[in-house]
Design a protein around this ligand. Structure first.
Ligand code: DGP
Length: 113
C-alpha cells in the first residue's frame, strides 16, 4: 500500500513540522499531540504503512530508525524513555505511515491502555 498520508506530506515539505533530525533515510519531528514532555516521531522517508508489510530487505532501515530514536532520546536529555510502534487501527495506529514514537520526560505506566 502506498497511499498519501499526513506524514508523506510532511516528508515532501507540504506540511510544516517541528523537525529535530533528518538524514537520507528518515526524519524526526515533535508530535503535534504530545502525550509527555518529550514526544517525538521518527519516520522513514520511504513509504511504509506499518510493520505488517516490512520484509527482511528493511532490516537495515529498521535498525537505523531504532538507533536514531535512541540518539534523539539521549540528545533530548532523557534517562529513560519508551519507544512505541502502533501497528494497525486496533493497536492505536491513526497515521498509516510507519513511525516510532519516542515518549519520555515523565513516569510512564504499564500496561498501556
Ligand atoms: P499513531 O496513533 O501511532 O498513528 O500516531 C500518530 C501520531 O501522529 C499522533 O500521536 C499524532 C501525530 N500527528 C498526527 N498528525 C500530525 C501532524 O500533522 N504533525 C505532527 N507533528 N504530528 C501529527
Amino acid at each position: 500500500m502506498t497511499g498519501e498520508t499526513i506524514f508523506s506530506r510532511i516528508i515532501k515539505g507540504e506540511i510544516p513540522c517541528d523537525e529535530i533530525y533528518s538524514d537520507d533515510k528518515c526524519i524526526a519531528f515533535r508530535d503535534i499531540e504530545p502525550q509527555a514532555p518529550v514526544h517525538i516521531l521518527v519516520i522513514p522517508k520511504k513509504t511504509i504503512v506499518n510493520l505488517k508489510e516490512v520484509g527482511a530487505e528493511e532490516q537495515e532501515l529498521l535498525g537505523h530508525l531504532l538507533l536514531i530514536s535512541a540518539q534523539i532520546a539521549k540528545k533530548e536529555g532523557l534517562e529513560d524513555w519508551r519507544t512505541v510502534i502502533n501497528t494497525g487501527a486496533e493497536a492505536g495506529q491513526t497515521v498509516f505511515h510507519l513511525h516510532i514514537h519516542i515518549i519520555g520526560g515523565r513516569k510512564l505506566n504499564w500496561p498501556p491502555g
